[in-house]
Design a protein around this ligand. Structure first.
Ligand code: SF4
Length: 192
């Protein structure tokens, strides 16, 4: 049934203010892409016209932490990169959310070595883990929709969120260096 425009001044619209604020917030999530490797290419594809992230109001990629409320970490993070990533996270204004995209960001992936962080949740709270190597754009979009559901359900994130500290040390153990074995002639020549 069509609404009578003349009837509008006589009607009152009641609405839960928190729901209205959360609806605005979840419909205008601005991501900050922190893409370091192959997952970043899928992140770019997600923003392309084929997948059209604008349908979720999340197409406005911001490269300034002060203008973004969703940090998407896509790709492996080296130990030396952690202070940079952490500073960016701390510079983002509250409320803010974090997506860990791909196996490398979430667990270190196949890079089980001393130089790669074995999961960014050691250093910052993560709200949604997007699985895959790399995740397809549809998977990332599901992650963003999950963030929207979190905002719908809980509104603001809790005031104090801590890193999980689930996996602190890489499990990689370096092999011992090969020993040089000299033959008797060469050993005699070098005095061994
Ligand atoms: S999870 Fe796979 S695709 Fe993503 S950065 Fe790591 S190796 Fe690349």
């Amino acid at each position: 049934m069509a609404m009578e425009p003349t009837a509008l001044p006589d009607n009152v619209l009641t609405l839960n203010l928190k729901k209205a604020v959360n609806w605005c917030r979840r419909s205008s999530v601005w991501p900050l892409p922190f893409a370091t490797a192959c997952c970043g290419i899928e992140l770019m594809a997600t923003a392309s016209s084929r997948y059209d992230l604008a349908r979720f109001g999340a197409e406005v990629m911001r490269f300034s932490p002060r203008q973004a409320d969703l940090l998407i970490v896509a790709g492996r993070i080296g130990i030396k990169m952690v202070p940079v990533l952490h500073r960016i996270y701390m510079q983002m204004a509250e409320p803010k959310w974090v997506i860990s995209m791909g196996a490398c960001a979430s667990t270190g992936g196949v890079f089980d070595n001393y130089a790669t962080v074995q999961g960014i949740d050691q250093f910052m709270p993560v709200d949604v883990y997007v699985p895959g190597c790399p995740p397809r754009p549809e998977t990332l979009m599901e992650g963003i929709m999950t963030i929207q559901r979190i905002i719908d359900e809980y509104g603001l994130p809790p005031a104090k969120r801590h890193p999980l500290k689930l996996s602190v040390q890489p499990t990689f153990k370096p092999s011992p260096q090969p020993q040089v074995v000299l033959g008797p002639t060469l050993a005699a020549a070098v005095g061994q």
